[in-house]
Design a protein around this ligand. Structure first.
Ligand code: NAD
Ligand code: ZN
Length: 247
C-alpha cells in the first residue's frame, strides 16, 4: 500500500527531489556511519574524520581511510541508485541531493547530483592546490605514507570531502535549499536525518508544500511528518516503486 502511494505521489510530481544518505550505498557494500553495522559502532567518525585529526597527522588519517577508500572505489551502484536515475530520466525527479561522497549516483546515470558533503573521488593538495583522482593516490598508499603531492611534494593531500569541523560547500548547499523550496515531492532515502544542515532540507521542502516520502531501514526523526514512510532496504523498495510507475 505504501509503495503504491509513493508511486502515485512520484508519478504526479513535477519538481520531485531526492535526498540520499549513506543507507542507499549500504547494499553496494559501503558501510554507513549510523544504524546497524554502522562504522559509528566501531570508531567515532567525528574524531577520525575531522579536519583537526587530518591536520595533526595525515599519516594517521590515511591509514584509517585506506581500507574505506579501497571499498568505496571498488563499489558499484545498486538497484536503489539505478531506480533514482530512472525516476530522473522519466521526469519524476529534477535532481538528487546526496550526503554521500562515493560517486555512485553519477555511476548509475543520474545527471544532476548535488553533493553537499563533497566528493571522495578527488584528492587535493592543501599546499599547491593540485587535484588528482583518489584512485591515483590510493594506488600509492602501499608504498607512500602519508601520500605526497606529485607536483610540490607536500604531505597534506586531502580528499575533497567535507570533514567534521570544515565548512560546507556553499554553492551545493544553496542549490539544495533552492530546489527544496521548489519541490512538490521530496523522496528521502537511507539517511538517519540527524546530520545538519542536510536534515533541514526536507523540513524546508515540507514548509514550502512538498509531500515527503521516507525510505529507510530504521525510523527517523521526520517519520511523523511524512506522507509515506517505508521501513525497508532501498535496493528493494525503490525498484518496486519504479516498477509500479511503469516506466
Ligand atoms: P547515516 O550513516 O547516519 O545513516 C544511514 C541510515 O541508512 C540509517 O538510518 C540506516 O538505518 C539506513 N540504512 C542502512 N542500510 C539501508 C538500506 N539498505 N536501505 C535503506 N536504509 C538503510 O547516514 P547519513 O544520514 O547519510 O549521514 C552520515 C554522514 O556520513 C553523511 O553525511 C555522509 O557524508 C557520510 N557517509 C557517506 C558514505 C558514502 O559516501 N557512501 C558512507 C558513510 C557515511
Ligand atoms: Zn602540491
Amino acid at each position: 500500500m505504501t509503495v503504491k502511494r509513493a508511486a502515485e505521489l512520484l508519478s504526479a510530481a513535477r519538481t520531485g527531489l531526492a535526498l540520499t544518505g549513506a543507507g542507499i550505498s549500504a547494499e553496494s557494500g559501503i558501510p554507513t556511519f549510523r544504524g546497524e553495522g554502522g562504522l559509528w559502532t566501531k570508531y567515532d567518525p567525528t574524531k577520525v574524520a575531522s579536519i583537526e585529526y587530518f591536520m595533526a597527522d595525515p599519516s594517521a588519517y590515511w591509514s584509517a581511510s585506506k581500507e574505506r577508500g579501497r571499498v568505496a572505489l571498488a563499489a558499484r551502484p545498486n538497484p536503489g541508485h539505478r531506480a533514482l536515475a530512472a525516476l530522473e530520466a522519466a521526469g519524476h525527479l529534477i535532481a538528487v541531493v546526496t550526503q554521500n561522497t562515493d560517486g555512485l549516483h553519477q555511476d548509475a546515470g543520474t545527471r544532476r547530483v548535488i553533493e553537499v558533503h563533497g566528493s571522495g573521488r578527488t584528492v587535493q593538495c592543501l599546499d599547491c592546490g593540485n587535484r588528482e583522482p583518489r584512485s591515483a593516490v590510493q594506488a600509492r598508499l602501499d608504498s607512500e605514507m602519508p601520500p605526497r603531492c606529485p607536483v610540490c611534494g607536500g604531505t597534506f593531500l586531502k580528499p575533497t570531502v567535507v570533514l567534521f569541523g570544515e565548512a560546507m560547500p556553499q554553492a551545493a548547499i544553496r542549490d539544495a535549499f533552492a530546489l527544496a523550496k521548489e519541490a512538490d515531492v521530496m523522496l528521502i532515502v537511507g539517511s538517519s536525518l540527524v546530520v545538519y544542515p542536510a536534515a533541514d532540507i526536507p523540513v524546508v521542502a515540507m514548509r514550502s508544500g512538498a509531500r515527503l516520502i521516507i525510505v529507510n531501514a530504521e525510523p527517523t526523526p521526520l517519520d511523523r511528518l511524512a506522507d509515506v514512510v517505508i521501513h525497508g532496504r532501498s535496493g528493494e523498495v525503490l525498484p518496486a516503486i519504479v516498477e509500479l510507475i511503469g516506466e
